[in-house]
Design a protein around this ligand. Structure first.
Ligand SMILES: Nc1ncnc2c1ncn2[C@@H]1O[C@H](COP(=O)(O)OP(=O)(O)OP(=O)(O)O)[C@@H](O)[C@H]1O
Length: 669
């Protein structure tokens, strides 16, 4: 690799106090202005160039808590960091992930450089905000919310001038900065392509985070050029199963030509001019291929849809829509766990007044920290994974952090039903270098070993293949794991929490699940009640509203309150919390959530879909025909006026979008 700085004059012009900037390309000039502004800020913080950097790092428990509160970012960034490191290793550099405050969460690097970096606390727990360190890539990228390179002398503190660092902020789907990805190295090893790699990797993390943000959703991957679908530049937009817009990546915003705020009031059909149900029709075909859709601008896009539908309520759609194979670019060697965007609360916060829940929590409090495996049962969406995370937090609080993971007490979740059978063994047990063809060169640490010192959560344990159940049992008995292709036994220590919504005892009796494993994982069994069995529904609704609105919850109209309290909630807490999230997005800044803010599919399910405002008189066939024609002309005119935007047309006519779709369907045959 040839190393060459792309702004060699930056240091001299800015830092020798000579105010003359060398002629430079526009982007370089902007970069220099960023550095100049940052230097001014650094001096206003009262930092001097000669001062020793703050070498204090977070204590182990504090770092563990910081990791815990950033677990979604950390989980999605880790595999991307490994890939990035593969490309830069042996260049005296390292890959760094920080949180939104500039605290370093994780690093991967060349050992010679890691030792040097350690001297300026450029390692896990080190704090690199601009306020503490002056100009530096992590802190300055956070301040500017832009990719930023800080090279050698551009660092404010003399102590940091041996570094060259390229950092890109990582944003969530609402545009909030979650953290920073950075590559730092010795200043002599600067390479102008590093920033491009970092930006692409940050984008990849954002895409992974977006894809994992909503447990129940339809995600559309699209681009105007079919060959770009499945690549880093594809647009990604998520919709509820009923078709309401949820979130999009930057490429999607660009292609759709709308800012995020404006998209919140859109639906699949208002954006693409066809109902979301057309996806089912498309994937019913034997060889579905990419779909062709049209944006309002008339531009044709090519798309594939991914369904992640978990509630029983959506079973029919899931059955109808076969998930197409992932294109190569988005295939990861091991599936990622799906994490909720909102961090789970602690045990205390789960007690919202229901007697069954209180009993569950009381029982758990008695066994946590006593090496008793916990088995959580309950229908889908009742909060089993959330409870497992709360158990982990409680365990952390009670126990001193220990183990080989240098102060990180991880919560490692494995969804046994989501992983293809041929991958689950490698996923759980890990593998050694060259264990099998196609494996990553350096081998991989399995989930069991990753959980060392923390909690291993085996979700849907009832779906674990029988052969693996025997291996898992051995790990639990021997407290050691042997990676594939290895003869080494790695000692492991973790708290075990398993979950299932299948009848494990019956399965054990019929030999569909190993009886010895059943008894091994079943130290304490707790059952989470279905939502309709709980007596604290009103409190839960209020809590979720508060949480999802950041403490600025709107009121609920009386009819909405009534509907929510009387609903049976087949998708349990997941369905409730998704519904509230959607209603909040639809209500925007309005002070009250009314029926019109609830998705049609929910109103349909609850039997409360508003009656169309245009009523059709039944009597004489000819009169009815002309009325229908009049109505159709009005709909056509409104659609034309609003450039095919069904929502806007429906609003202007005072009828529901469903009415328009029904009429379109009736006209087309
Ligand atoms: N106590 C709670 N309060 C509010 N919302 C909750 C609570 N527990 C869970 N949720 C919501 O429900 C969603 C689903 O929860 P979780 O993944 O824990 O369910 P689960 O029982 O593990 O589901 P599955 O069996 O389908 O894996 C969460 O992402 C969260 O939005």
């Amino acid at each position: 690799m040839q190393h060459q700085a792309n702004r060699p004059d930056a240091g001299t012009s800015l830092l020798s106090n000579a105010p003359v900037l060398q002629p430079a390309a526009d982007s370089q000039l902007l970069d220099l202005q960023i550095i100049e502004r940052s230097h001014q800020r650094s001096s206003s913080y009262g930092i001097t160039r000669q001062q020793r950097p703050d070498l204090d790092t977070l204590s182990r428990p504090d770092l563990a808590l910081t990791l815990e509160s950033n677990h979604a970012l950390f989980g999605h960034a880790q595999p991307v960091m490994e890939t990035l490191y593969d490309q830069i290793h042996n260049t005296h550099s390292m890959v760094i992930l920080s949180d939104a405050s500039g605290t370093i969460l994780h690093t991967l690097g060349d050992s010679d450089f890691l030792a040097k970096a350690d001297r300026v606390a450029l390692g896990a727990g080190g704090r690199w905000s601009e306020q503490l360190r002056g100009t530096n890539a992590i802190g300055t990228a956070l301040f500017e919310q832009k990719p930023t390179t800080v090279h050698a002398q551009e660092h404010y503190l003399n102590a940091n001038r041996f570094l060259t660092c390229s950092a890109a902020p990582i944003f969530d789907h609402q545009g909030k900065v979650l953290g920073v990805l950075d590559v730092s190295g010795e200043c002599g090893s600067f390479h102008k392509h590093t920033m491009a790699l970092v930006r692409m990797s940050a984008q990849m993390i954002e895409n992974h985070l977006l894809a994992g943000s909503f447990p129940d959703c339809i995600t559309l991957h699209f681009h105007s050029r079919p060959e770009f679908v499945g690549t880093l530049v594809e647009g990604i937009a998520s919709f509820t199963p009923g078709g309401r817009f949820l979130a999009a990546n930057r490429s999607a915003l660009f292609q759709l030509g709308l800012p995020l705020g404006a998209l919140q009031s859109h639906t699949f059909s208002s954006l693409f001019g066809v109902p979301v149900s057309m996806l089912s029709d498309h994937y019913r075909k034997a060889m579905p291929g990419l779909m062709e859709l049209y944006l309002h601008s008339g531009i044709q896009i090519h798309a594939r849809a991914e369904m992640r539908l978990q509630d029983q309520h959506f079973q029919s759609t899931r059955d109808a829509v076969a998930e197409p194979a992932l294109p190569a670019a988005s295939q990861t060697p091991l599936p990622r766990r799906i994490t909720s965007a909102t961090p789970a609360p602690d045990l205390q916060a789960l007690d919202t007044g229901d007697a069954q829940m209180r009993t569950v929590i009381d029982k758990l409090r008695k066994v946590i920290g006593r090496d008793i495996p916990i088995l959580i049962t309950g229908q889908t969406g009742t909060g089993k994974e959330w409870l497992a995370q709360a158990i982990h937090k409680e365990t952390l609080r009670r126990q001193p952090v220990h183990g080989a993971h240098a102060g990180i007490a991880p919560f490692v979740a494995v969804n046994c039903s989501a992983i293809p059978e041929h991958l689950i063994e490698a996923e759980l047990f890990g593998y050694d270098d060259g264990a099998f063809t196609g494996a990553r060169r350096k081998g991989a640490v399995g989930k069991i070993a990753q959980a060392h010192g923390g909690t291993l959560f085996l979700d849907e344990i009832g779906d674990m293949p029988l052969a693996l159940q025997a291996r898992l049992l051995r790990v639990l008995q021997e407290r050691a794991v042997m990676p594939l292709g290895s003869h080494r036994l790695i000692p492991v220590e973790f708290a075990l929490v398993c979950a299932t919504n299948r009848p494990l005892r019956e399965m054990a009796a019929s030999h569909a699940f190993r009886e010895d494993l059943y008894y091994r994982i079943n130290g304490l069994q707790v059952r989470l009640p279905a939502l309709h069995e709980r007596s604290d529904l009103a409190q839960l609704i209020r809590h979720i509203l508060e949480r999802e609105s950041g403490g600025q919850a709107p009121q609920l109209a009386a009819e909405v309150q009534h509907l929510l309290l009387s609903h049976r909630w087949p998708g349990n807490l997941r369905q409730l919390s998704n519904l509230i999230r959607t209603a909040l997005a639809m209500a925007g800044s309005e002070e009250c959530i009314t029926l019109q803010h609830l998705p049609d599919d929910f109103l349909d399910e609850a039997g409360a879909l508003p009656a169309p405002a245009i009523s059709m008189p039944a009597p004489v066939a000819s009169a009815s025909l002309s009325l229908q024609d009049n109505e159709w002309s009005a709909i056509e005119r409104a659609l034309q006026t609003h450039a095919g935007n069904v929502s806007a047309a429906a609003k202007s006519l005072g009828i529901s979008r469903n009415t328009i779709y029904r009429r379109i369907k009736a006209r087309s045959g």
